[in-house]
Design a protein around this ligand. Structure first.
Ligand SMILES: NC(=O)c1ccc[n+]([C@@H]2O[C@H](COP(=O)([O-])OP(=O)(O)OC[C@H]3O[C@@H](n4cnc5c(N)ncnc54)[C@H](O)[C@@H]3O)[C@@H](O)[C@H]2O)c1
Length: 339
């Protein structure tokens, strides 16, 4: 049996664990800084087995040791932005949490493929790759599967067709600058532009970009978790079962689409090695430019995240020989390890 460890047993982590248990492809370890929450949710989920007919093992706690030799590590640990908290504060806190979790998880599961979920997604995925030193094909961010599912569900609802027959892709960063591809959206191969008036399609594209915010506004506290949890599992399955699905994921290109040195949503084949291949599709000049702008914004935010993780530079007294400078050493982010 495969083993999938999920760090962060909040809403998304628990939804992913539930879907994984139901898919019966892996045993699940839920880890949280609050070990009781992780243990309680794992116990609760394991008791769905007799009712929903699955036999997956689900355990939870705060001790990372239980995650040793995982095939896949999923990182959903982090905090949501609270009132009065600046975007920079959130970036610093989640960067520290995610880097620490990645570092400790990697020590116990150096052969695992890492799937990152914590926001800001593309930036956090980049940090995990840097922190673990894993080859980029083994560190992948989840966002495009979710954003595409949102667009697909809007199209299905409008046309009153099964969502199973709708296919669409959203590229770029997981934020306001995401790039929904309208020319590539289809219903069983029929381009949606032949089925839906342009102005209605425009509305669906915009609703997709605002998809997360729409749910936050309805929930008032917290953000989406059912579809994000399911999207994680689509990626896990494609890796563990070597399905080689074509999924939009946050990955690090090497010149594809004119991009490099950044994690950004692109069409990918996902299989047993993680990212098997970035698929090149024809983009219009407008789509290509939107992708470039989105990637540039992620680069800027990643640079900022890295600077926030750096030690503060001393401004007053110079270090003496008896008191060597701490600032000269790289500061380790708070490990975030809830052992
Ligand atoms: N990529 C996407 O498409 C997508 C979609 C939905 C949510 N998200 C993001 O996923 C993250 C999780 O969302 P959620 O709704 O589950 O949040 P949540 O607050 O319910 O869960 C986060 C969990 O992380 C835990 N945690 C915090 N610090 C930790 C540490 N150092 N070690 C272990 N666990 C730690 C918290 O205790 C909490 O249980 C958020 O950053 C959210 O913005 C991303």
């Amino acid at each position: 049996m495969f083993k999938v460890s999920i760090f962060g047993a909040g809403f998304v982590g628990a939804a992913a664990a539930q879907n994984l248990a139901l898919s019966q492809i892996a045993d699940v370890v839920l880890i949280d800084i609050d070990g009781g929450v992780a243990a309680g949710k794992a116990l609760d989920l394991s008791q769905t087995g007799p009712v929903l007919n699955h036999s997956a093992s689900l355990i939870g706690g705060a001790d990372y040791e239980a995650t040793r030799d995982s095939h896949i590590v999923v990182i959903t640990a982090g905090i949501a932005r609270k009132p009065g908290m600046s975007r920079e504060d959130l970036l610093r806190i989640n960067s520290t949490i995610v880097s620490g979790v990645a570092r400790e998880a990697y020590k116990l599961s150096p052969n695992a493929i890492f799937i990152v979920v914590t926001n800001p997604l593309d930036v956090m995925t980049s940090l995990v790759q840097m922190e673990t030193g894993l080859p980029p094909n083994k560190v992948i961010g989840m966002a495009g599967v979710l954003d595409s599912a949102r667009l697909e569900s809007f199209i299905a609802e409008y046309l009153q067709v099964s969502p199973l027959d709708v296919r669409a892709m959203v590229l770029g960063g997981h934020g306001d600058l995401m790039v929904p591809l309208r020319r590539h959206a289809s219903v069983k191969g029929v381009p949606v532009s032949e089925l839906i008036p342009a102005e209605e399609l425009d509305k669906m594209m915009q609703r997709t970009v605002n998809g997360g915010a729409e749910i936050v506004a309805l929930l008032k506290t917290g953000s989406a978790y059912f579809a994000p949890g399911a999207s994680v599992v689509a990626m896990v399955k494609s890796i563990l079962l070597d399905e080689r699905r074509l999924l939009p994921c946050s990955v690090k290109p090497h010149g594809e689409y004119g991009l490099s040195d950044v994690y950004v949503g692109l069409p990918c084949i996902i299989g047993k090695n993680g990212l098997e291949k970035i698929v090149l599709i024809q983009l219009t000049a407008e789509e290509q430019e939107a992708l470039r702008v989105s990637a540039q914004s992620i680069k800027t935010n990643t640079t900022q995240a890295l600077s926030l993780l750096k030690p503060p530079v001393p401004t007053t007294t110079a270090p003496t020989e008896e008191e060597p400078s701490k600032a000269a050493e790289p500061v380790k982010a708070d490990s975030g390890t809830a052992k």
